[in-house]
Design a protein around this ligand. Structure first.
Ligand code: FES
Ligand code: FES
Length: 219
């Protein structure tokens, strides 16, 4: 066995340090060293896309990358989708879309399709059908004929847009202060003897401003 190297990856938000041989492929490190078997291996030669994960936000075929090349990177796999802030009831809108629109049959390609879909929607929240087809062109599906996969990603795009709209409406209804972001008990600025402003909010901007934290609360 050849020498190993220690690498550190942030996988679905958790820092992981593992020992790998320099020749170990990222997909094998993910599946065997980190036990995240949602990432599939279809061909091991870069053709099928079943092993697609996001590395620093970019969709990459993890069978085409050595684990050591990902040292220090953020890696996202399908297992992280349910904990994503956009997930509702344990399912990310993309996962829900594949369920609702019947975007899978055997499911072998699905984790890779979902990760390619996620990368697309983060860059282009309202893609056309052609843009979706282009984004998943490196992911092969032997079962579905792709039409329902496209519909699944369209479903997720719509759901994510609805969520954004709901958030914006909630902020507007709250006088421009999101209940998630705004101070619950902000009761005015104090000015100390040195003329410094303080509102009592930790890490505050330091005084009256148009910062969203205070908008609507200035008195
Ligand atoms: S297993 Fe990586 S592209 Fe097929
Ligand atoms: S659902 Fe079977 S390969 Fe895509």
């Amino acid at each position: 066995m050849s020498e190993t190297r220690e690498i550190t990856l942030t996988v679905n938000g958790t820092e992981e340090t593992i020992e790998v041989e320099p020749r170990r492929l990222l997909v094998h490190a993910i599946r065997e060293d980190l036990d995240l078997t949602g990432t599939h291996i279809g061909c091991d030669t870069g053709n099928c896309g079943a092993c697609t994960v996001l590395v620093d936000g970019e969709p990459l075929k993890s069978c085409l990358m050595f684990a050591v090349q990902a040292d220090g990177s953020e890696v996202e796999t399908v297992e992280g989708m349910e904990d994503h802030p956009d997930a509702v009831d344990d399912l990310h809108p993309l996962q829900e879309g594949f369920h609702e629109e019947h975007g899978l049959q055997c499911g072998y390609c699905t984790p890779g399709m979902i990760m390619s879909g996620k990368a697309l929607l983060e860059e282009n929240p309202d893609p056309s059908e052609a843009e979706i087809r282009e984004a998943i062109s490196g992911n092969l599906c032997r079962c579905t004929g792709y039409q329902n996969i496209v519909k699944s990603i369209e479903y997720a795009a719509e759901k994510l847009a609805d969520g954004e709209r709901d958030d914006a409406e909630a902020v507007a209804a709250d006088g421009g202060v999101s209940s998630a972001d705004g101070p619950a008990s902000f009761d005015g600025y104090d000015v100390d003897d040195d003329g410094e402003f303080s509102c009592g909010v930790e890490n505050c901007c330091g005084g009256p401003s148009t910062d969203a934290t205070h908008r609507g609360d200035e008195r």
